[in-house]
Design a binder for this molecule. Sequence first.
Ligand code: GLP
Length: 241
Amino acid sequence: MQFIMAEDYEELSRRAANLIAAQIWMKPDCVLGLATGSTPVGVYRRLVTLYRKGELDFSAVTTVNLDEYQGLPAEHKQSYAYFMHQQLFDLVNLRPDHTHLPDGMNPETEEECADYEALIQSLGGQDLQLLGLGHNGHIGFNEPSDRFCPYTHAVQLTERTIRANRRFFDPEETFPGWAYTMGIGTILRSRKILLIVSGTEKADILRQVLYGPVTPQVPGSILQLHPDVTVVADSAACACW
Ligand code: GLP
């Protein structure tokens, strides 16, 4: 595991974006696993800047996202599909048919999970998977549990996650209780993993992820077993070390 401590969020975003850019330079037709949440926003902003400066070409890149809320259509402002279009897809030269997320509107749960997993496999798996970290240690939407889930599945969101993510929804809106997510196995099969963590409120869980026991109660702790993980954290996220 490689660890990069960035001074602040700006540096974190720059360092992480540079690693993704390097992946695209090394393999222009790479498969990128992408993440949502507030942490990657600066990374996407930086990738868009590199693209606008003519330094990055997404024309042969394929993307697969970690997760999507169940029951939200892609046009819903809080869907992860909408987020990705706003933050990246519509701002660079990614081909629309090269971007993929689970279909939150497919009510056939087993079919959706199997199809998404098969899609990732048919693409040859992710070359690089970007991850944020949930307050409870979740990666994607793999919530604390008594087992690591190997494949894409539907998951009931925990109270902690609902509390953290509700802030993005209007107060009167119903918050989706379930989501589709890549499994821990789907994530671990990526050839490289890039974990980005920002802010003091993540410091304790980051310490558990990196140095605590490997347990499905702290899903991100499984990353200790992956052979090629880079963690980029800002100094605030390392506050309690
Ligand atoms: C959501 C996403 C995760 C993400 C997490 C952290 O729950 N499903 O993939 O890592 O949010 O979000 P933030 O970066 O806003 O703290």
